[in-house]
Write a protein that binds this ligand. Structure first.
Ligand code: PGA
Length: 248
């Protein structure tokens, strides 16, 4: 049985004090959750949010991590810096980082291996663009992202995958539950070939892209979907809590 994992991705939203107010509002609403609950927050919010999350069932995630242990990488943040504040998860290879910050499958791979070595749980994002979907390239694109992004991973079950079709992110256009289920099924099959079917069956794969309080039940009811990576709807306490409590 795969335990569902619902993670908020705040992106570049919420100052530290706004973040603290948001998690203070979320915490009582999700305290009886049956799934893993995570908020992935801007790096500078981490110290304050980490403090605010003490005594709650909400895990803390970062939105990126550098692959080097330390050194001359101006502006970057290392795994050790995250760990010192109790960070447990880190989003890697989000499509916005691929699109705006030159993230490639190779750097995704380096970051993923670094995160795993440090004991962080990487949430590795994959997904096709609208053009790729419309020209029938979805499977090829995902296969490349997975094979290159996860090369050299020893224990796949320590990774969370987020399937996020780029055309569904922040657009209000969700993949249909059937579409998301089918594509995640393909991802799991690919993981099974690359690692082993048992490992793939034990690995959690989230859906992300305009998942919200209204569509979460239908998406979460699908067999292959093990959770959500939530952008916009994670910025509102009630909406995020409704998603976390999808099974109630
Ligand atoms: P969205 O973002 O929920 O606002 O579409 C999801 C994501 O980018 O992780």
């Amino acid at each position: 049985m795969r335990k569902p994992i619902i993670a908020g991705n705040w992106k570049m939203n919420n100052t530290a004090s706004e973040g603290v107010a948001l998690v203070n509002a979320i915490a009582p609403l999700v305290k009886d959750a049956n799934c893993d609950v995570v908020v992935c927050v801007p790096a500078i919010d981490i110290p304050a949010v980490s403090e605010a999350l003490k005594g709650t069932n909400i895990g803390l995630g970062a939105e990126n991590v550098h692959f080097a242990e330390k050194g001359a990488y101006t502006g970057e943040i290392s795994a050790a810096m995250l760990l010192e504040y109790g960070v447990q998860y880190v989003i890697i290879g989000h499509s916005e980082r691929r699109q705006y910050f030159g993230e490639t499958d190779e750097t995704v791979n380096k970051r993923t291996l670094t995160a795993l070595k440090a004991g962080l749980t990487p949430i590795v994002c994959v997904g096709e663009s609208l053009e790729e979907r419309e020209t029938g390239k979805t499977e090829a694109v995902l296969e490349k992202q997975i094979k290159e992004g996860l090369a050299g991973v020893e224990d796949l079950t320590k990774v969370v995958i987020a399937y996020e079709p780029v055309w569904a992110i922040g657009t209000g256009k969700t993949a249909t539950a059937a579409q998301a289920n089918e594509t995640i099924g393909f991802i799991r099959k690919t993981l099974g070939e690359m690692f082993c079917p048992g490992c793939a069956a034990a690995t959690r794969i989230q859906y992300g892209g305009s998942m919200n309080a209204g569509n979460c039940k239908e998406l979460m009811a699908m067999e292959e979907i093990d959770g959500g990576l939530i952008g916009g709807a994670s910025l509102k306490a009630n909406d995020f809590a409704t998603i976390v409590n999808f099974d109630k």
